[in-house]
Design a binder for this molecule. Structure first.
Ligand SMILES: C[S@@+](CC[C@H](N)C(=O)[O-])C[C@H]1O[C@@H](n2cnc3c(N)ncnc32)[C@H](O)[C@@H]1O
Length: 300
């Protein structure tokens, strides 16, 4: 399927609009453009605001950007870049004000279906990079060169994989005979060595998640982004974050708490916000999404 035929189902749209609360004349930054679902929702909700949308996936920007640019003209600016480098991007693009920032972390459903290495259900090269220009090491290189200890640590830390030890040992044995090249080779090996075969999800799901997070430095990027976004926000500007697993959500939750203690942010969501029953019925993959929002305090 071509990228254009695929659609990422945008999550928590009403909740994003409620917490971002777009206002006339204000400028919003969508740090994770994807296929532009949230960007569109913001531009449609407030016809006198503008949006600067960022993604490090050039294919996503090229596929979904032009139609939105045509529709919204100068109200939309598209920027290719890593949100971890937001300080630099703001400076280079001469962005003068930001009244609200949205980040919908992780991968888009399109990347999972269409890009090499992401899906445990399709046999593709073990790449897993969301932006080859930003990441040099592929999942295959990591599996073929990483030490057993390193692999075990990655599977445990980023995938909470209980069989991390057995899987890492099996990978190190297997790669001597046949270096890892494809998703199927890895998925089959994990299926063979995982003691519990009755799981609801594929036994390699957590290892795939762990490799993806490591290859793309996802957690380091989120930490850098949260700090940069908070400092780039104007007073009373809002920061809205959507996470898809507990490792991401923990970073957001702890960051908000720390900045509230320092008197920089006010937390707007004492508890995480998740998808409504209606959204869950229409889009079951929204079940893992959780939203947190905070507002930058006025300086006294
Ligand atoms: C869940 S999707 C966003 C979907 C989007 N909100 C929509 O409605 O279509 C996440 C997007 O964030 C991008 N992304 C992930 N990490 C990034 C980073 N460090 N810098 C820039 N973009 C990133 C991915 O390439 C992907 O397109």
């Amino acid at each position: 399927m071509t990228e254009k035929q695929l659609v990422h189902k945008t999550v928590l749209v009403d909740e994003v609009l409620e917490y971002l609360d777009p206002k006339p004349g204000h400028v919003y930054l969508d740090a994770t453009f994807g296929s532009g679902g949230h960007t569109r929702a913001i531009l449609e909700r407030e016809p006198k605001c503008s949006v600067i949308s960022l993604d490090w996936d050039q294919v996503a920007l090229d596929t979904y950007g032009p139609a939105l640019k045509e529709e919204f003209g100068d109200r939309l600016t598209l920027i290719w870049g890593n949100f971890a480098l937001l300080y630099k991007l703001v400076r280079e693009n001469k962005i003068k004000r930001i009244d609200g920032v949205l980040a919908d972390f992780g991968t888009s459903q399109i990347q999972i279906i269409n890009r090499p290495g992401f899906s445990v259900h399709r046999d593709t090269p073990l790449d897993m990079r969301m932006s080859p220009a930003h990441q040099k090491i592929t999942a295959a290189e990591l599996l073929n060169k990483g030490t057993e200890e390193k692999l075990r640590e990655i599977f445990w830390q980023f995938g909470q994989e209980r069989n991390a030890r057995q899987i890492a040992a099996a990978i190190v044995q297997e790669r001597v005979i046949k270096p890892f090249r494809t998703t199927k080779q890895l998925a089959d090996l994990i299926e063979r060595v995982s003691p519990n075969k009755n799981r609801r999800i594929h036994p390699a799901t957590q290892v795939f998640q762990a490799l993806r997070i490591y290859v793309n430095k996802e957690l380091d990027n989120i930490s850098a982004f949260l700090a940069a976004a908070t400092s780039a926000l104007d007073e009373q500007g809002r920061l809205v974050c959507i996470s898809f697993h507990s490792l991401e959500d923990r970073l957001v939750k702890q960051f908000f708490k720390e900045k509230e203690r320092e008197g920089i942010l006010n937390i707007l969501t004492p508890h995480m916000i998740s998808a409504s029953e209606e959204e869950l019925r229409e889009n079951p993959s929204s079940r893992s999404a959780c939203l947190r929002a905070a507002e930058k305090r006025e300086e006294i």
